[in-house]
Design a protein around this ligand. Structure first.
Ligand SMILES: CC(C)(COP(=O)(O)OP(=O)(O)OC[C@H]1O[C@@H](n2cnc3c(N)ncnc32)[C@H](O)[C@@H]1OP(=O)(O)O)[C@@H](O)C(=O)NCCC(=O)NCCS
Length: 220
């Protein structure tokens, strides 16, 4: 008879008890974590449960009371807010692991940084890099040699072409195409759903249509 050693799943707290919290919890569990807590700033949620898991808050105070052995994920769509909480959790000594779905297709030569979330069906191609806290939704693709900075969000079905440098906290709407040939998507660019980007973008610019045109520049 062989001795069997039970390996307990590592426990995780998820910041953000909204609908995206359930999405990140499902991803975390598919990666072998057990979600033990949600943290949220919404007073109405404190003391309640989300999918059977207790919700505590406010986030700053609850985070301060957690043992550092608890890993932390952040289920917040807003790029800058997600980055902020990931950095605070990391600074408090928590692991903020990348969560890569077993159904994501990731090249062996690609790099996925901490706190990045790769949902089922996304594709990261040869020597691409997914930065700290960036998210790839189902069917999102990042082509070869493209570098996504920290805190980017690539929505469902969005395609980011090859050899593009993407600045921090850029957002790619559902089904958008950022064509190979673009050199830089600037930080905080917001690419609208279905847009086709064929030229470099400017920081905080909002782009729609095909070819993509800038309709406004958000304040920094
Ligand atoms: C681009 C976007 C951010 C603009 O939002 P907004 O700042 O609230 O802009 P408005 O809705 O006021 O629209 C401004 C103009 O752009 C047009 N527009 C907005 N989004 C558009 C889009 N995706 N494609 C084409 N035109 C668009 C509007 O029709 C409007 O045109 P008008 O001035 O001629 O009436 C938003 O429409 C969008 O596409 N968001 C991405 C959503 C998404 O993919 N979410 C994924 C989450 S999982």
């Amino acid at each position: 008879m062989t001795d069997q050693v039970a390996v307990l799943p590592q426990e995780m707290a998820v910041i953000g008890a909204g609908s995206y919290g359930t999405v990140i919890a499902e991803l975390a569990e598919s990666c072998g974590y057990r979600v033990a807590l949600f943290l949220d700033d919404d007073l109405a949620k404190h003391g309640t449960h989300l999918d059977g898991v207790p919700v505590l808050g406010p986030i700053e105070a609850a985070l301060g009371s957690l043992p550092p052995s608890l890993a932390v994920s952040v289920a917040i769509g807003d790029n800058d807010t997600r980055l902020l909480w990931l950095k605070r959790a990391k600074n408090r000594g928590h692991q903020v692991p990348a969560l890569v779905s077993p159904q994501a297709l990731v090249s062996e030569s690609a790099t996925v940084e901490e706190g990045a979330y790769l949902h089922p069906g996304c594709h990261v191609w040869t020597q691409a890099r997914v930065g700290f806290g960036s998210i790839l939704s189902p069917q999102a693709s990042v082509a070869h040699h493209t570098v996504l900075g920290a805190g980017c969000f690539v929505s469902m079905g969005a395609n980011v072409g090859a050899s593009i440098r993407v600045g921090e906290s850029a957002f790619f709407g559902i089904g958008s195409v950022t064509s190979t040939g673009v050199q830089t998507v600037a930080g905080h660019s917001l690419i609208g759903a279905g847009a086709v980007i064929i030229r470099d973008t400017q920081p905080h610019g909002v782009y729609v249509g095909s070819p993509g045109r800038c309709i406004k520049v958000n304040s920094a």
